[in-house]
Write a protein that binds this ligand. Structure first.
Ligand code: HH2
Length: 304
């Protein structure tokens, strides 16, 4: 295939200079719950959940994040037995096809998920690192103020950016000292935060990236997107109307240096991630593949 008509994705994938950090990764959300804020009830049945997970893999998800308990504001807790029933068969099936993370706050569920094939522990409480150390898997430390049932009632901080970054720095350090080899940090967009707090954390993301741990960011379909971009009637947009804001903020996060974005809409996020990676490497692509400067990347006639 002539280089200039090669899709950016192939250029990234086929080139020798490609590295794991060239393109940010995409984590697809799979909620096996009746009450998650955006996809609750859609994948409660294990067969449907696995089918959706495989769909996300075909669309380019690098990781599928399986959760059996909603953490939306006001959500009611689920028993460990019920959560295990929801997630374990789905993880067993998907882990043969893709890297699976488990989104849980329960030690027993985390351990069973690792036994079923999960290799990343997505921990919104940032406290389960000993389970990750014992299981030899990666760990995501997410920041949350309070707990899901009440966290959005009155979130307050002196300096949200400094406090969140310091919390993540401390937890990441403790996990590393405790033997976790792969530690991710996540500012926890929407977890005990106002729209202003979320925006401040996104704005200052490069400082979190500079701390050295790979950064994961999840803005997908969250309510602050709808409140900041109301429709013509002035009403905040609903979950289904938040795709543009989800991709805009995911792209912002990737450009700021996030190594992975957590999303419901994998195909759109994958395209954004590929383009961020290709654009970041444009000069290298041009030099290595075309033996020329970046101008060699310009489109050919008739190809916009
Ligand atoms: N957001 C949600 C759940 N888990 N984990 C990380 N690391 N970062 C996030 O931003 C994050 C998360 C909330 O989204 P969702 O899973 O779609 O909703 P629910 O909690 O209602 O199942």
């Amino acid at each position: 295939m002539p280089a200039e008509s090669m899709p950016a994705e192939s250029m990234v994938a086929e080139s020798s200079w490609h590295s794991a950090t060239a393109r940010p990764l995409v984590m697809g959300v799979l909620n096996v719950t009746p009450d998650s804020f955006s996809d609750g009830g859609l994948y409660l049945d294990a067969e449907r959940a696995v089918a959706h997970g495989l769909d996300m893999v075909r669309s380019g998800a690098d990781v599928v994040d399986v959760g059996g308990e909603s953490s939306r504001p006001g959500a009611e807790p689920v028993s460990e037995r019920e959560e295990l029933r929801r997630v374990v068969p789905v993880i067993e099936a998907l882990s043969h096809h893709v890297r699976v993370s488990v989104d849980t706050v329960k030690r027993g569920v985390a351990e069973a998920a690792i036994g079923a094939g999960a290799t990343l522990l997505n921990d919104i409480t940032a406290s389960l690192w000993p389970v990750a150390a014992e299981g030899g898997v990666g760990w995501v430390a997410m920041h949350m103020q309070g707990e899901p049932r009440t966290m959005q009632r009155d979130p307050h901080y002196g300096d949200v950016v400094a406090e969140v970054h310091q919390f993540l720095r401390e937890r990441a350090g403790a996990a590393r000292r405790g033997g976790v080899g792969e530690v991710w940090v996540d500012p926890g967009i929407g977890f005990g935060k106002t729209a202003a707090h979320n925006l401040a954390l996104l704005h200052h993301l490069p400082e979190l990236v500079d701390e050295g741990s790979p950064v994961l960011v999840g803005t997908s379909r969250k309510s602050f997107l709808g409140r900041l971009s109301p429709g013509p009637s002035g009403e905040p947009s609903g979950v289904e109307g938040r795709l543009p804001g989800s991709i805009a903020t995911a792209t912002w996060a990737m450009l700021a240096g996030a190594s992975m974005v957590r999303v419901h809409d994998v195909p759109s996020a994958r395209q954004a991630a590929v383009l961020v990676g290709a654009t970041r490497l444009a000069a290298t692509v041009a030099k290595d593949q075309f033996g020329e400067g970046p101008r060699a990347m310009t489109t050919t006639r008739g190809d916009r």
